[in-house]
Design a protein around this ligand. Sequence first.
Ligand SMILES: Cc1cc2nc3c(=O)[nH]c(=O)nc-3n(C[C@H](O)[C@H](O)[C@H](O)COP(=O)(O)O)c2cc1C
Length: 374
Amino acid sequence: MTMEGKDMVQDVHISSRKDDHLRLAQQFYVHNVQALSNHDEIDAMQFVHQALPEMSRERVSASTSFAGISLPRPYFINAMTGGTELTNRVNYRLARVAHDTQSALALGSMSIAVKDPRTRDAYRQLRDDFPDVRFIANLGAEHTVESAQLVQEVIGAVALQIHLNAVQEIVMPEGEKDFTGWMNNIRAIVQESHVPVIVKEVGFGMSYETVQQLLNIGVHTVDIAGRGGTNFAQIENARNNKQDFNYMENWGLSTIRSLIEAVEARKNQGVDAHDVSIIASGGVRGPLDIVKYCALGADAVGLSGAFLQAITSSDDDNEAVESTIELIHDWDEHITNIMTILGVENLEQLRTQARYTLPESLISYRRQRAQMWK
Ligand SMILES: Cc1cc2nc3c(=O)[nH]c(=O)nc-3n(C[C@H](O)[C@H](O)[C@H](O)COP(=O)(O)O)c2cc1C
């Protein structure tokens, strides 16, 4: 087969894979977020109620910033999709939501735009129709500086996400099995990129060691994307009819464990620690989770599966967009309410003044891990 022919076959694979991901993520999501075992530790984290909050709702602001992006709220729409007819429609809906709510919108991997120039028009259309939306471009860590720059320019992104998805590739029947060179690629992209770079997992979490490795090569923003929501071992296993990877479905660090590891790695980084932003994501269900992750040290929280459910809740574009905007406004109010009763005015106070207890399992996990960080 000619190179061109090979690329065409690969493109067909990428497109059908993207549609499969969307369908399977939707199918499994509700079960995963409802599974108690995925959330037992975050649920067992309890704020200590203070009956004298001495705070007025009016004074509370949950605004935040990371990777040069200022947001009115501590959460944003995280990476999902794009590049096919179906997934472009989902992105178009999400861009309308992002426009109306001043949210940042991370797009799913744009490797399809690297490989097939014909797919770039839809991204350019999105950029032209929503010039004020803060898009975040996304690519895998196997890509070069040139590809990273290309996707950033195609969508006019204000930041670039580089994803780490080794587990997904292993379980994916057509996936890559050689993960050497990622560190060098990331280092080069961070050095050359015109916009801030966020390195993210895709739902298996980042350990203390991983975060340290990333900080050491100049990364300033990590998105830990832990286990608990969308599960790419499960999704790829469902697509794989050659081998059974059932045993991988519990692989990875839960979001709360990963966040604790990342915060510790940042703390031990030393003088530049205040320059490092941590995004918590993976299985985030709503306002209370968001406030808890921020109290634990996250600068912002990303949600994919929850927004995928909302934005595909109706066949009618307007209805889906409006109900997702309503959901965001509702969550904003709840976050303000929770911060009010906690007596904190902003995220900095939430991190330093809110008191909470953690379950024994988490404390013992942390103790074991701390032995390995000496
Ligand atoms: C349909 C779908 C496609 C995704 N594709 C990508 C992707 O291309 N790149 C990426 O970095 N993450 C991708 N993700 C992973 C999410 O960004 C996120 O890390 C993960 O879903 C965990 O968050 P959640 O539990 O809120 O969904 C995708 C998620 C979904 C639901």
